[in-house]
Ligand binder design. Structure first.
Ligand SMILES: Cc1cc2nc3c(=O)[nH]c(=O)nc-3n(C[C@H](O)[C@H](O)[C@H](O)COP(=O)(O)OP(=O)(O)OC[C@H]3O[C@@H](n4cnc5c(N)ncnc54)[C@H](O)[C@@H]3O)c2cc1C
Length: 416
């Protein structure tokens, strides 16, 4: 039985195939009635499942190629962000942002809209300017930003084909200083939340809602070459922690990226968790909902009100921001967003009632669930109202995969 990273999804696939050439991949795709690409299996939802054959692209790893004049890197979809970031940094280049962990594959992360934090930073798929994939008919095709359908091609939940390579926008390597402030007044955070998110390149607010007066920590990641901003000290009126922290209290701080304001390479500060260590807790479920950024303070207040109802189920809450984009299936499409994330205990029986409370409290804020995390069922009508470009995506999917070779029940339930 194959399971995902957290063990909450048992894949229904009969086989997992790891092709070692594009030709072999093409044969596997056309030789199976149902197929689906699998990245590093870090999604908590059943988005990657199939009743047919799972295909890992981890065996297709041409070298990462940097095209300095175009400011683009060509990367294999099966490569992890750790591999890509190390190779880019060695040559003096960087990506605009990273998720909380570098362990995930580029193909998988970009297919679900994985994001880090930063008011001006789009999710990781917004760095993609070209994509190459094997379609349902076995053809290897490439699409670039100039194509009319490109905004539907990358963040596509694995529905359009198996992505082999991605062209990612890069910039010169930069350094980041990370500082963590602990036990910050909840009232102050609610009142100044927009300034807090504005005060560094990337900001994350954590709380377990156990103390009604306090948010447990705020993580600021500032570029050393960044514009002058009112720093976190002046916004919060306190000093940063002088000891290393882990986003989840009680976990080993060795797994967290370096703090204390020590400057370091972008890829060693932008994620919260270091490669080589278990990210997060390791025993968990996760949910996340993206809403318009303007409601951040109201969301914190509403969730704090639930505090006691969540205890028992919640390990930690994290709030981040993501710049709006124009990708058809992006949870941050068309609006600068704030993301409310929940790391739950790995027990669905206690998580489900807590999730029901959370979803009902967030409902007035028009939340779009993260495709790779757990959420309650949504009707097709609800999905249509959350994603105005869904009809266009369906047309694209029907043109590229008329027999739904890449279909699965997760997608059929949500997209039709
Ligand atoms: C500890 C932990 C921390 C996390 N932190 C964050 C975070 O900071 N921010 C955030 O947004 N999310 C986060 N996530 C969620 C995670 O980033 C997403 O679920 C992401 O999709 C995982 O990438 P993956 O390679 O494991 O993809 P998988 O789970 O393997 O696959 C996800 C989807 O991508 C498709 N896919 C994968 N590879 C390809 C390919 N080559 N071609 C076409 N389709 C493909 C699959 O078919 C599937 O639909 C976290 C998850 C964990 C476990």
């Amino acid at each position: 039985m194959r399971v995902n990273w957290s063990g909450n999804v048992q894949f229904s696939a009969a086989d997992l195939v790891v092709p070692s050439s594009v030709e072999e991949l093409q044969q596997v795709v056309t030789g199976s009635a149902r197929v689906r690409a699998l990245g590093t299996a870090h999604s908590f939802s059943t988005v990657a499942d199939t009743t047919g054959t799972l295909i890992s692209t981890s065996g297709l790893k041409p070298p990462i190629e940097v095209l300095p004049d175009e400011r683009v890197a060509v990367v294999p979809a099966g490569a992890t962000y750790a591999e890509v970031a190390t190779a880019l940094h060695r040559e003096g280049w960087a990506l605009h942002n990273l998720g909380s962990l570098p362990h995930i594959s580029v193909g998988g992360a970009c297919s679900t809209g994985t994001h880090g934090s930063g008011n001006r930073l789009g999710n990781l798929s917004t760095a993609v300017v070209g994509v190459e994939l094997v379609r349902a008919d076995g053809r290897l095709v490439r699409s670039t930003v100039d194509d009319p359908d490109f905004s539907g091609m990358v963040l596509a939940l694995g529905c359009l084909g198996v992505v082999t390579r991605l062209w990612l926008r890069i910039e010169p390597a930069f350094d980041v200083r990370q500082q963590v402030f602990t036990d910050v007044s909840r009232d102050l955070v609610v009142e100044r939340v927009q300034e807090i998110f504005e005060s560094a390149y990337s900001v994350s607010i954590f709380s377990s809602f156990t103390d009604p007066q306090l948010m447990e920590s705020i993580w600021f990641k500032a570029r050393t070459d960044g514009p002058e901003r009112a720093g976190p000290e002046s916004v919060l009126g306190t000093e940063p922690a002088d000891q290393p922290q882990h986003p989840i209290r009680g976990q080993d701080t060795a797994a967290a990226t370096e703090q204390g304001g020590v400057p370091g390479a972008w890829h060693e500060r932008l994620p919260h968790f270091r490669m080589g260590f278990t990210p997060s807790v390791g025993h968990e479920l996760q949910s996340e909902f993206l809403m318009p950024r303007a409601v951040a303070g109201e969301v914190i207040e509403a969730l704090h009100g639930l505090g006691p109802d969540l205890s028992g189920a919640l390990q930690v809450f994290e709030m981040r921001t993501i710049a709006g984009d124009d990708l058809w299936l992006s949870p941050s499409r068309g609006r600068d967003s704030v993301a409310a994330h929940f790391t739950w205990r790995p027990e669905w029986e206690i998580v489900r009632p807590a999730l029901e409370r959370v979803e009902s409290v967030l409902a007035p804020f028009d939340p779009r669930p993260h495709w790779g995390k757990v959420f309650l069922d949504r009707s097709l009508q609800e999905m249509d109202s959350l994603y105005p470009e869904l009809p266009r995506f369906r047309e694209l999917r029907d043109a590229m995969d008329p027999d739904r070779r890449f279909g699965n029940s997760f997608v059929e339930d949500l997209i039709g």
